[in-house]
Design a protein around this ligand. Structure first.
Ligand SMILES: [Zn+2]
Ligand SMILES: [Zn+2]
Length: 205
């Protein structure tokens, strides 16, 4: 059923104009709005030939969908394990205006999310901080990965301790337990590629 009223998508929080999306029942039994892209993605996920490693999205936002979505870039400050000084760790992305029924803080424990965070920082006047995100070798993971680095000494800030601390703060205080570095207008398809990635790095919130 099409939506009579404009609203935010329950899956991605992208703004949808009246008639531009679909209504369905949410987990709490109430009505939820889905944008055309997330409706399509949900249909694909239910199909027999669905491959969770492949993200299938349209090449441009469908009519009735906003083209950008305001996202909070979330961070926390903690002491670097190597030099002991306070350093910024980039934690993830969360919509500035979550749609009704929306759950999901997408974290930089996922390479695609970290790459999007870095790109948003580069585009919104935080090039120096963006430059601290690099591909570094993790002895824990035994592979190279895009990771937080100390702003003072460049030491890798390991995903496990950083995201363990972030999870604790979110469990105690919700999204406000983290600091918002900036709110960035993100192209919707870049955000939806993160939302519909199935390789982990999301906190229910
Ligand atoms: Zn959506
Ligand atoms: Zn350091």
């Amino acid at each position: 059923m099409e939506n009579r009223f404009a609203g935010g998508c329950a899956s991605c929080s992208v703004w949808v104009l009246a008639g531009g999306g679909f209504l369905g029942k949410g987990l709490d039994g109430g009505w939820e709005l889905r944008c055309a892209t997330c409706q399509f993605a949900a249909g694909r996920a239910a199909a027999d030939d669905f491959d969770p490693e492949v993200i299938e999205l349209p090449t441009e936002p469908p009519p009735g969908s906003a083209t950008t979505v305001p996202l909070r870039v979330l961070m926390l400050t903690r002491a670097c394990w190597s030099c002991g000084k306070d350093t910024v760790c980039l934690i993830g992305l969360y919509p500035q205006r979550p749609g009704r029924g929306y759950v999901g803080l997408f974290t930089t424990d996922n390479a695609k999310t970290m790459a999007l965070v870095r790109r948003l920082l580069q585009q919104h006047g935080h090039a120096a901080l963006a430059a601290t995100v690099k591909s570094r070798y993790s002895r824990t993971m035994r592979e190279r990965q895009l990771s937080n680095g100390c702003v003072h000494c460049d030491a890798l800030q390991g995903n496990f301790p950083v995201h363990d601390e972030a999870l604790g703060r979110v469990a105690a205080s919700g999204v406000e337990g983290l600091d918002t570095l900036l709110v960035a207008a993100c192209p919707v398809l870049k955000w939806q590629a993160v939302v519909h990635d199935n390789s982990g790095g999301v906190m229910a919130i």
